[in-house]
Design a protein around this ligand. Structure first.
Ligand SMILES: Nc1ncnc2c1ncn2[C@@H]1O[C@H](COP(=O)(O)OP(=O)(O)OP(=O)(O)O)[C@@H](O)[C@H]1O
Ligand SMILES: [Mg+2]
Length: 293
C-alpha cells in the first residue's frame, strides 16, 4: 500500500513544505533527496468505472539528478508526481523519498493556479520562508534575488492579477526555489509560457540546479525540453501508465542550450524518443476511439 511520503506536510496551493530547519544558503551543493518508486499503481473511480491511471511503475531518481518524464496525455504523469509529493496516496506499491539531513523538503510547481491572489509577488515568493520562520528582511532579500532571476524584479509589489499568465508562473517557480528544496517536482512548469521566456527559464533552472544540488523530477510534453534539461528521460506508456523506457541523455554539463541542440547526438535521440512516444500517443487515441465507438 502507498503511504504518506516523508517530508511532505501536504499542499499549500502548489507548494508542500517540510517542517522548519535552519535555512541553508541557496548555493549549498549538498546532494538532494533520492526517490524510489517501487511497483506503484493508482486506481481512480471514473464516470464509467475504475480507471488505472498508473500501474507497476518503478523509478529510482538519484540525489541531485535531473529526471524528466514524458508521455502521452492521460498516461498518469501528474498522478505519479502527486504521489511522490505525498499529495496523493498510491493504491499499490510504495514510494520512498529520503534526504541527507533528515526529512527532505519538497516543493512542487504545477501548471497555473499556484499563487495566492491576495499576496504581492514578493510575499508570494517569500511565503514558504515565512512558514519556516525566516525573518522578514531575509525573506525579502531572498525573494528579491529570485525575482531578479526570473525577470520580475520590477513587479515585487504587484499582485498576481496585475501580471500575465506567464509572469504568474514565474512567481510560482521563484516561490518553489525560495525554500531551497531537496526535491523539486515540476509538472509542465513552462507549458504556458511563450517561447522566449521558456528558453530563458530553462537556462535559469539549469543554472540554479547546477548550483544547488537539488533533485528534480520534471514533467513535460516537449521532447526538446526533456533533452536539454535531463540527465535521464523517462518515457511513459499509454494508460495505465507504466515506464516504457529510461534513456540517459549524453550531453555534458554544464550545458549551453544552443550547444545541446546543435550536438550530433541530438537528432538521433529526438527520433528515438519520438518513435516511442508516437506509438503510445496513437495507442492512447485508439483507446479513446474504442470508448466512443
Ligand atoms: N481524481 C481523479 N479521479 C478520477 N480519475 C482521475 C483523477 N485524476 C486523474 N484521473 C485519471 O487518471 C488518468 C491519468 O491522469 P493524469 O492527470 O495523471 O495524466 P497526465 O499524464 O498528467 O495527463 P496530461 O499530460 O494531460 O497532463 C486520466 O485518465 C485521468 O482521467
Ligand atoms: Mg498532467
Amino acid at each position: 500500500m502507498g503511504r504518506p511520503i516523508a517530508g511532505s506536510l501536504g499542499p499549500v496551493q502548489g507548494l508542500s513544505l517540510a517542517p522548519a530547519r535552519p535555512l541553508s544558503p541557496v548555493r549549498r551543493r549538498a546532494p538532494g533527496a533520492s526517490v524510489n518508486v517501487v511497483d506503484v499503481g493508482r486506481r481512480f473511480e471514473g464516470a464509467t468505472g475504475p480507471v488505472d491511471a498508473i500501474a507497476h511503475v518503478h523509478l529510482s531518481v538519484a540525489p541531485g539528478e535531473f529526471c524528466v518524464i514524458v508521455g502521452p496525455s492521460g498516461c498518469g504523469k501528474t498522478t505519479l508526481l502527486r504521489i511522490v509529493a505525498g499529495l496523493e496516496a498510491a493504491t499499490s506499491g510504495r514510494v520512498d523519498v529520503s534526504g541527507d539531513a533528515g526529512r527532505p523538503r519538497n516543493a512542487m510547481v504545477f501548471q497555473g493556479r499556484s499563487v495566492f491572489p491576495w499576496l504581492t509577488v514578493r510575499q508570494n515568493v517569500g511565503y514558504g520562508l515565512k512558514l519556516r520562520g525566516v525573518p522578514r528582511r531575509e525573506r525579502e532579500r531572498r525573494a528579491d534575488a529570485l525575482l531578479a532571476t526570473v525577470g520580475l524584479a520590477r513587479f515585487a509589489r504587484s499582485y498576481p492579477h496585475q501580471l500575465s499568465e506567464g509572469m504568474r508562473q514565474r512567481v510560482a517557480i521563484a516561490r518553489a526555489l525560495a525554500v531551497d528544496p531537496d526535491l523539486l517536482l515540476m509538472d509542465e512548469p513552462f507549458g504556458a509560457l511563450d517561447e522566449q521566456t521558456r528558453l530563458l527559464l530553462q537556462e535559469e533552472l539549469l543554472r540554479i540546479w547546477e548550483n544547488t544540488g537539488t533533485t528534480v523530477l520534471f514533467v513535460t510534453h516537449s521532447i526538446d525540453e526533456a533533452m536539454v534539461l535531463a540527465d535521464r528521460i523517462v518515457v511513459m506508456g499509454a494508460q495505465p501508465g507504466t515506464v516504457k523506457a529510461v534513456l540517459p541523455v549524453p550531453f555534458s554539463r554544464p550545458r549551453a542550450l544552443t550547444d545541446v541542440r546543435s550536438d550530433a547526438a541530438f537528432a538521433p535521440l529526438f527520433a528515438q524518443i519520438w518513435g516511442m512516444l508516437r506509438e503510445e500517443v496513437l495507442a492512447s487515441r485508439a483507446d479513446i476511439r474504442q470508448v466512443r465507438a
